[in-house]
Design a protein. Structure first.
Lengths: 207, 125
């Protein structure tokens, strides 16, 4: 359940995005309460990792604790979590090390990354971030915007399928491709319509 | 022509069967999906496909194109990190968010620049 819900939204933490969004007014009191909840949940998970059941997500556990305790929507809880972590760098460090402990070290996944220093990790993520952005930009120049948009949307759908079914991304992609091959014209039409709507709305957006 | 088409379709079906056998049945992952009939699986993927597109269009109406494109790009970056690290998607997303919180202004500017460059090249503008 947590896995499926977590895929639904990206946390929108950048202050630069605030004017673009019509978010609920999250007051200082809510932020302080959220900070306390996040602190205590990080401590609880660190002391007893068994609170994260099976292959559950540690970050989602904290997020849903904020949501349940403060009785806010998932989006508001995500915004509170992002804002608190953005403002409080030591809590940000604790949060990421909790995620690494549960998702990497305990599950023996990506341990070569987990044992690096924070600086080396940051350099790795930095190069991945920049490479991916450059790759997308270059693909947009070579193949066109529609192809890039198509790729982004298809990987998004495959990821949703993987999260909802609880299967790996490769299997989800193959299931999606099989379906798309079978309904080639219809799926192509629907994708192109979505891309056109998306790009047409960019043109008509207010600056 | 028909025979050729049928043989191609058989290869697709067989390769999917092998994939399901290895990725789902043998690894005991997503078994509730794997044991469904092909028609039920197709209906499931069909609804997921249509829901995802509708959700994107709904988000464009609610939040605007910039936010939706930003979300798609972040999904894609996190997925790339997960695949490169061999870590799960949640861990990769948190690593990315941690990095972005630390470099908030630069990453925001880089994302906005990419969104503008990508849509600037569109013939649908």
């Amino acid at each position: 359940m947590e896995l499926a819900q977590a895929g639904g939204g990206v946390r929108l933490f950048s202050p630069g995005l605030v004017p673009l969004l019509d978010l609920a007014n999250l007051d200082d009191k809510s932020r302080q309460q959220a900070e306390q909840i996040i602190k205590s949940e990080i401590a609880a998970v660190t002391n007893n990792p068994a609170v994260i059941k099976g292959n559950g997500c540690a970050a989602c556990h904290v997020l849903f604790k904020v949501k349940e305790t403060l009785q806010v929507s998932e989006q508001d809880a995500a915004d509170l979590l992002s804002e608190v972590l953005l403002d409080n760098s030591s809590l940000n460090e604790e949060f990421i090390s909790m995620v690494e402990d549960i998702h990497m070290k305990a599950r023996m996944m990506g341990t070569t990354f987990a044992i690096k220093t924070r600086e080396a990790k940051d350099r790795y993520i930095d190069s991945n971030f920049k490479n991916t952005l450059s790759e997308l930009l270059s693909d947009a120049s070579v193949y066109g915007t529609e192809i890039v948009m198509r790729r982004l949307i298809i990987s998004n759908i495959a990821l949703n399928i993987a999260q909802n079914l609880g299967i790996d991304y490769h299997a989800a992609t193959e299931e999606l491709y099989y379906y798309m091959r079978k309904n080639d014209r219809a799926t192509h039409g629907e994708l192109m319509q979505a891309i056109r709507s998306l790009l047409t709305k960019v043109g008509s957006q207010k600056p | 022509m028909n025979r050729q088409y049928r043989s191609k379709r058989d290869i697709y079906t067989k390769s999917l069967w092998i994939m399901e056998n290895i990725h789902m049945k043998q690894r005991m992952i997503g078994m509730t999906f794997a044991i469904k009939t092909r028609e039920a699986k197709n209906r499931y993927i069909d609804s997921q496909f249509k829901n995802a597109l509708d959700e994107l269009l709904g988000d464009i109406a609610d939040y605007g194109v910039d936010i939706v494109l930003r979300r798609l790009i972040l999904f894609y970056v996190a997925l790339g990190i997960a695949q490169n690290l061999g870590a799960d998607y949640h861990a990769a997303t948190e690593q990315l968010y941690y990095y972005m919180r630390k470099h908030d202004k630069e990453t925001h500017a880089a994302l906005i620049k990419l969104v503008q460059s990508v849509v600037g090249r569109s013939k649908h503008r």
